[in-house]
Design a protein around this ligand. Structure first.
Ligand SMILES: Cc1cc2nc3c(=O)[nH]c(=O)nc-3n(C[C@H](O)[C@H](O)[C@H](O)COP(=O)(O)OP(=O)(O)OC[C@H]3O[C@@H](n4cnc5c(N)ncnc54)[C@H](O)[C@@H]3O)c2cc1C
Length: 438
């Protein structure tokens, strides 16, 4: 492909990887993000606790041993040794009582499960792994799991797990979400030592710093605080207009923002394309980051049977060195919800109170002191795969030189950086193939 001028809109994992790949191929790349820094959902924030200042992800992230592209990227950036690999214990809480749930074996022997439930849970996992995606796409996960595992195992076992992934949207997703999740976990187990998770102790910040340096070294330009308001194409090229009125021109533009934003930026999309882009509603999240004086338990993930407003308790401290974070214990309290959930409109103080009250209901015997905290909101995390949904918009639109790449094409509902990198690789392969036939 001859050298082109590329503009990449959005500097999250998708956009930064795409810009880096484009720069390596010799294109003249400009990466634009409206935020003050790169990272999007993988951006970090700074806390100071007991005189120690440190960075953590605004939203928690772990790496699986099957995340080949993420691991290859870390190796390319010379950051592979910074990953801390450790086993990730899990627990389930019902009415203030804690039960270990680190393995399927432990989960299948939870006291609230009858013997028949245990057998049927095993059968539902086997059936899900064998279920063709085309059939899984047609029904909800709740219908499928109710049918294969039975109502009692659904209520006592599958429902808390679904809620830990999808919050208030758990009853809507198609069975393909379960199938993809099981396959990802089975793949991780086949690749590695079982329940080991990798974590970047300083979050994704060093990854974006290294990407930024490489892109600039290859002649690319990175502009943060660059809020794109419109992208239109004509004979002169693709015109990118910023909220300030400034206009940039490129041969090719890649929009990596969530689909509802991509739709707003592209007035020239056909109505069919717009429908395919915006059909699937997005899952959103309100998430509190708390550094506590002590850990509520030793688990990385705590599933909750009772509805206390939280989707689960994410004990990131369980994966970190004991002396990290000024001796405090890093815990994330997420509430996954629809992108128009009323929680988004509440103040940080209200949300902090709601989330901490949820934590207190889970661990009624403990009193927590908050050493540092913040509240983060993301209305558009990933599209929810709904039963019977159409195929999403392809990477190449009808607008000459304009591509949409990112969560817009995520049809599984599973949240991971690996799938963002995979989408970029697939999109660029398509662009290269199209250019060679032009
Ligand atoms: C709570 C939570 C937990 C997660 N846990 C994990 C995990 O454990 N492991 C894992 O691998 N993944 C995890 N993920 C998923 C991972 O964070 C995402 O899959 C990935 O970051 C998506 O990257 P993206 O670049 O596609 O999207 P985004 O990060 O959303 O990037 C889009 C970018 O576009 C920019 N933008 C938007 N509008 C404009 C505009 N008009 N002009 C210019 N720029 C614009 C935004 O500022 C943003 O930087 C998690 C996500 C969340 C929210």
């Amino acid at each position: 492909m001859s050298t082109e001028r590329w503009i990449v809109v959005g500097g999250g994992a998708t956009g930064a990887h795409l810009a880096h790949q484009g720069a390596k191929e010799g294109h003249q790349v400009t990466l634009l993000d409206r935020d003050p820094g790169l990272g999007g959902l993988t951006a970090t924030e700074t806390f100071t606790v007991n005189d120690q200042t440190f960075e953590v992800d605004r939203f928690y992230h772990v790496i699986l041993e099957s995340d080949e592209r993420v691991l290859a990227l870390l190796e390319e950036l010379d950051l592979q040794d910074t990953v801390r690999w450790t086993s990730a214990p899990a627990e389930i809480i019902e009415e203030g009582r804690q039960y270990p749930a680190s393995s399927l074996g432990q989960m299948a022997t939870l006291p609230m499960l009858k013997l028949t439930d245990r057998v049927r849970i095993g059968a539902s996992i086997a059936a899900s792994l064998a279920l063709p995606m085309k059939i899984a796409d047609r029904m909800t996960a709740v219908d499928w799991l109710g049918r294969t595992a039975g109502k009692s195992a659904l209520d006592a076992f599958w429902w808390p797990i679904l809620r830990a992934k999808l919050g208030t949207q758990a009853d809507k997703v198609s069975a393909s979400f379960m199938v993809s999740t099981f396959r990802r976990l089975v793949q991780a187990r086949l690749k590695g030592a079982g329940d080991r998770f990798g974590v970047l102790p300083e979050g994704y910040g060093p990854v974006f710093a290294a990407l930024l340096e490489r892109i600039e070294k290859l002649g690319g330009t990175i502009r943060t605080g660059a809020d794109v308001s419109r992208v239109e194409s004509d004979e002169a090229g693709v015109h990118v207009t910023l909220a300030t009125g400034e206009e940039l021109v490129a041969d090719r533009v890649f929009i990596t923002t969530p689909a509802p934003i991509a739709s707003r930026l592209l007035p020239q999309l056909t109505s069919v394309e717009r429908r395919r882009l915006t059909d699937a509603p997005y899952l959103g999240v309100v998430c509190g980051t708390f550094v506590l004086d002590h850990a509520p338990n030793d688990s990385y993930i705590t599933y909750l049977i009772d509805d206390v407003g939280l989707t689960g308790v994410i004990g990131m401290h369980a994966l970190m060195a004991p002396d990290a974070h000024g001796g405090g214990k890093l815990v994330y309290l997420p509430h996954y919800c629809a992108s128009d959930d009323e929680w988004f409109d509440e103040s940080d103080d209200q949300l902090r109170e709601r989330l901490l009250s949820g934590l207190q209901q889970c661990f009624p015997q403990q009193t927590f002191q908050v050493l540092a905290s913040s509240i983060n909101r993301a209305r558009h995390v990933v599209p929810l795969p709904l039963p019977g949904a159409d195929d999403p918009l392809g990477f190449t639109t009808s607008i000459p030189g304009v591509h949409v790449v990112g969560t817009a094409q995520n049809t599984t509902g599973t949240l991971n950086v690996e799938s963002s990198l995979e989408l970029v690789d697939r999109a660029l392969a398509e662009v290269r193939a199209d250019s060679s036939t032009e």
